[in-house]
Design a protein around this ligand. Structure first.
Ligand SMILES: *[C@@H]1O[C@H](CO)[C@@H](O)[C@H](O)[C@H]1NC(C)=O
Ligand SMILES: *[C@@H]1O[C@H](CO)[C@@H](O)[C@H](O)[C@H]1NC(C)=O
Ligand SMILES: *[C@@H]1O[C@H](CO)[C@@H](O)[C@H](O)[C@H]1NC(C)=O
Ligand SMILES: *[C@@H]1O[C@H](CO)[C@@H](O)[C@H](O)[C@H]1NC(C)=O
Ligand SMILES: *[C@@H]1O[C@H](CO)[C@@H](O)[C@H](O)[C@H]1NC(C)=O
Ligand SMILES: *[C@@H]1O[C@H](CO)[C@@H](O)[C@H](O)[C@H]1NC(C)=O
Ligand SMILES: *[C@@H]1O[C@H](CO)[C@@H](O)[C@H](O)[C@H]1NC(C)=O
Ligand SMILES: *[C@@H]1O[C@H](CO)[C@@H](O)[C@H](O)[C@H]1NC(C)=O
Ligand SMILES: *[C@@H]1O[C@H](CO)[C@@H](O)[C@H](O)[C@H]1NC(C)=O
Ligand SMILES: *[C@@H]1O[C@H](CO)[C@@H](O)[C@H](O)[C@H]1NC(C)=O
Length: 395
């Protein structure tokens, strides 16, 4: 056994032990034991990190190293005044994986939110990677997930289309309720990278299937189709999104502002014309559907040779505006899913984009260079009728 595989085996063993003990005895007491035996939160997060098939090293960078000399209680650093007192319009639930407050898993906190509650329920989630699958049912509207930074708080799971009975159910987090908000945290799918020829390896980080969801300062980590922007109106601001094939897909009506879109597709040989990814696969199926993805002031980078979008369904609608693109974007820019009949019905627009990938001279004929009037529909939050709902979220 070479040192590398030995190290890997040991890590698997530690992870297995960690998970099995966690499942057998998830009590706060158990977490204190773990800490006392110096397997700290920071090292457990970093161990799990080793299994993540992409770079997530930021996660360990800001960790404090425990002072070996004096005994520390894991809850000493716990911020005072958390959770804040409840009001007649908000309910606060607190999650800490070391048992320093009411819940040790995010799902347990979601389960504790009353059905059909009209108050906003803020689920405050302390630093750590929460290795669990989280489902927010339709009956629980108005939930906020508040993390401590997108490189500090994350929910991760590793289902694939194969293990979850379909791509749509592979999401580590699945949101079916309305009015969901997430702030300063990450959503990850840590399934192993698919090998060439693997079937059913799609692995979604989050599925957003409720109307009026908003994300501020969030990270979305996956290896291929990461963000299932399924249906409803959604807002993303200052988010980091990585993936490779169709990494933002679905039939949502969404505005992405000031987001970083990073392709994880394999490097391609210089001069090769092969394509190995796409930023979007928007799924608008008919002219009656009011859906579309708008990207404003975003940046696209990373590796591979990719399209901005491909026409998952015939009326696919996507606009990139004021966005910088590196040369990973193929000159034709977009793809009609090899179905020329879709060229008449898809709406793919670009407006004032910059960078080597934004050169429109080689674009497919159906791609539109939008003028100011056309673009104006996609540039502001009114695209998602945000005057009706988004403002109240930011308070
Ligand atoms: C909440 O309580 C405050 C006073 O504490 C009151 O002024 C306000 O009307 C209440 N709001 C609702 C929605 O009940
Ligand atoms: C959380 O814990 C506090 C005491 O630490 C308790 O008063 C409160 O009712 C608990 N909340 C829930 C939702 O369990
Ligand atoms: C809670 O959700 C309901 C149903 O979506 C909505 O009508 C209500 O305005 C929401 N309340 C808050 C505080 O967001
Ligand atoms: C997810 O990870 C667990 C623990 O490492 C493993 O047993 C399981 O097979 C993985 N699932 C998939 C679909 O890879
Ligand atoms: C998987 O999906 C198929 C088709 O949607 C369904 O018939 C089957 O019951 C599902 N199996 C499980 C285990 O959920
Ligand atoms: C989110 O993080 C940013 C940058 O760290 C910080 O400025 C902001 O106050 C945080 N917002 C919330 C709601 O957590
Ligand atoms: C565009 O995005 C950058 C980087 O996220 C940000 O610093 C800048 O303020 C944004 N510009 C506008 C006009 O929103
Ligand atoms: C887009 O580019 C046009 C032409 O260069 C310019 O007139 C317009 O002001 C730009 N729009 C924005 C929003 O920057
Ligand atoms: C755009 O691409 C065309 C053809 O590949 C090239 O001739 C032209 O110089 C490029 N324009 C810019 C601004 O790079
Ligand atoms: C923008 O494009 C639309 C559709 O091609 C056209 O009807 C309109 O006159 C154009 N507006 C401007 C200001 O060029």
């Amino acid at each position: 056994m070479n040192p590398k595989s030995l190290c890997f085996t040991i890590l698997i063993a530690i992870l297995a032990i960690f998970i099995s003990r966690f499942i057998i005895d998830p009590s706060p007491h158990f977490h204190k034991i773990i800490i006392d035996s110096s397997l700290t939160l920071s090292s457990s997060s970093c161990i799990i990190m080793k299994f993540i098939p992409f770079d997530f090293s930021d996660f360990c960078r800001h960790r404090k190293h425990p002072d070996k000399g004096k005994p520390v209680s894991v809850c000493d650093d716990f911020p005072p005044n958390i959770p804040p007192p409840e009001t007649n319009t908000t309910l606060t639930l607190c999650v800490d994986q070391n048992g320093c407050c009411n819940f040790t898993t995010v799902q347990a906190a979601v389960d504790a939110v009353p059905n059909l509650n009209m108050k906003r329920s803020v689920i405050w989630i302390n630093t750590g990677i929460y290795y669990e699958k989280v489902i927010i049912p339709k009956t629980k509207p108005n939930i906020t997930f508040q993390g401590q930074g997108y490189t500090s708080t994350a929910i991760a799971w590793n289902d694939t289309a194969n293990s979850a009975n379909g791509t749509f159910y592979s999401g580590s987090v699945q949101v079916f309720s309305t009015n969901f908000i997430a702030k300063n945290m990450s959503f990850m799918n840590v399934a192993p990278l698919p090998r060439p020829g693997d079937v059913g390896a799609q692995a979604v980080a989050i599925r957003i299937a409720g109307d009026q969801a908003a994300f501020w300062g969030c990270g979305f980590y996956g290896a291929q189709d990461t963000l299932h922007d399924d249906r409803g109106r959604h807002y993303f601001k200052d988010c980091y999104i990585q993936g490779s094939i169709d990494f933002i897909f679905g039939n949502g009506k969404s505005l992405y502002e000031d987001c970083q879109l990073i392709s994880m597709a394999n490097q391609v040989a210089p001069g090769s014309k092969s394509i190995n990814g796409a930023v979007t696969a928007h799924g608008r199926a008919s002219a009656d559907e009011d859906s579309g993805f708008a990207f404003v002031n975003c940046s696209i980078g990373g590796t591979g040779r990719i399209w901005l979008g491909r026409a998952w369904r015939p009326y696919s609608r996507v606009v990139f505006a004021l966005t910088s693109m590196t040369d990973i974007i193929a000159p034709e820019g977009w793809n009609d899913f090899n179905d020329p009949s879709r060229d008449q019905t898809i709406f793919y627009g670009e407006y004032n984009c910059t960078g080597a990938g934004a050169n429109m001279s080689g674009r497919a004929p159906y791609v539109q260079k939008l003028n100011d009037t056309q673009a104006s529909l996609f540039l502001t939050a009114s695209f998602i009728d945000a005057d009706q709902w988004l403002q109240s979220y930011n308070s």
